[in-house]
Design a protein around this ligand. Structure first.
Ligand SMILES: Nc1ncnc2c1ncn2[C@@H]1O[C@H](COP(=O)(O)OP(=O)(O)OP(=O)(O)O)[C@@H](O)[C@H]1O
Ligand SMILES: [Mg+2]
Length: 235
């Protein structure tokens, strides 16, 4: 049987200490799809990515990548499973140079972009290669974070609000990059509150509220779900 789901989360429960934040999350991301995970502040979007990347005090439920159980794979080993993760705080090291940051992850696949392709996409990264990452602008840091993860050659990337706090020119750049990655067949799980941004990219939407998926629908059904989206996002 060919495994259609690249990533599958089933009945995920997650805790921070004694405090329970996820209450049975179900998400399926098919190979090659871009899936948007949406919800208000505090809904559990970041926590869902942390459950996948094993950063909670306790996580229960099944997490599979290409049908293989990855629920016990620690964060630093995810690259070897073809998973690239760009966390909220971007995961770059401020005191290391741009160039050094780009060398930290192991190269595990070839589905990602080459350094030359990334440089042509993000000329700022090339120009500032000797600068400490901490001196980059927010937009440049996001580009570095994406570049760093893509160089490892993942086939699945998890992104936590890549456009947050960025100027429109950077948001546009990230959108172009994601479109390009989609064309190359990369699978993307995108946490994003910017509906204008996800609308153009996502193939499927999951709405999350209080640590639970309350709805999911394909992009073709977006217009029928406008009311639900407004209610869940509180916009
Ligand atoms: N480190 C932590 N310790 C304890 N509770 C936490 C921690 N991080 C998040 N929470 C709680 O878990 C719940 C889900 O938070 P989470 O950060 O996943 O929300 P989110 O959907 O990513 O929101 P945002 O849009 O603000 O990023 C919230 O109630 C939050 O207060
Ligand atoms: Mg968050």
């Amino acid at each position: 049987m060919i495994e259609e789901n690249c990533l599958a989360l089933s009945d995920i429960h997650g805790w921070y200490g004694e405090s329970k934040a996820l209450h049975g999350i179900e998400i399926n991301v098919k190979r090659g799809q871009t899936v948007a995970l949406m919800g208000r502040n505090g809904a559990g979007k970041t926590t869902t990515l942390r459950a996948i990347t094993r950063q909670l005090t306790r996580t229960e439920g099944s997490i599979t990548k290409d049908g293989q159980d990855i629920s016990a794979v620690p964060r630093h080993k995810l690259a070897y499973k073809g998973i690239g993760f760009v966390p909220e705080d971007r995961g770059t090291y401020n005191s290391l140079s741009v160039q050094e940051n780009l060398k930290l992850l192991p190269k595990v696949g070839n589905s990602g972009m080459s350094i030359d392709e990334l440089h042509s996409f993000f000329p700022n990264i090339q120009e500032r290669r000797h600068a400490p990452a901490g001196t980059l602008s927010g937009g440049e840091q996001q580009m570095l974070a994406m570049a760093r993860v893509l160089l490892a050659g993942p086939d699945l990337i998890l992104l936590d609000e890549p456009t947050e706090g960025l100027a429109p020119v950077f948001v546009q750049k990230i959108a172009e990059l994601l479109q390009d990655l989609k064309k190359r067949g990369l699978t993307i799980l995108l946490v994003e509150q910017n509906m204008l941004f996800t609308r153009k990219l996502a193939d499927h939407f999951y709405m999350i509220e209080n640590g639970l998926v309350v709805a999911d629908f394909p992009a073709e059904e977006l217009s029928e779900n406008e009311e639900l989206i407004s209610r869940v996002l509180g916009v």
